[in-house]
Unconditional design. Structure first.
Length: 110
């Protein structure tokens, strides 16, 4: 397997890629939408909201948590999840800046 050569890209490019990869699965998008809709820490209802096995949902939650998009708090025997406001707003700002770059350059497109 080849090297990813991520060190040859800027920190911003690597950050965008990591966050995009974390939300790059429909189940993860569904989890984020569910957390946004609930607008509070969510425990067991995430599994009920998706057509996936509990183990699969746990794996997707792990990916989102590793990327920092969500955070989890242990409450009794459950882990309750919510959107990590700091990372979410940073991601929003990064993507907004990227889209703004397009807006500034779109008249120069072939």
């Amino acid at each position: 397997m080849g090297l990813t050569k991520t060190d040859q890209f800027t920190e911003r490019q690597n950050e965008i890629a990591a966050l995009a990869k974390a939300i790059g699965h429909p189940a993860r998008v569904a989890i984020i939408e569910h957390l946004l809709k609930e607008n509070s820490c969510v425990c067991g209802s995430i599994v009920d909201a998706l057509p996936l096995a509990q183990a699969t949902v746990s794996q997707h939650l792990k990916e989102l948590k590793t990327a920092g998009i969500i955070k989890g708090n242990i409450e009794g025997t459950s882990i309750c999840y919510c959107i990590n406001d700091v990372v979410w707003n940073k991601f929003k700002g990064i993507l907004s800046a990227l889209f703004e770059e397009y807006e500034l350059s779109k008249n120069k497109c072939c």
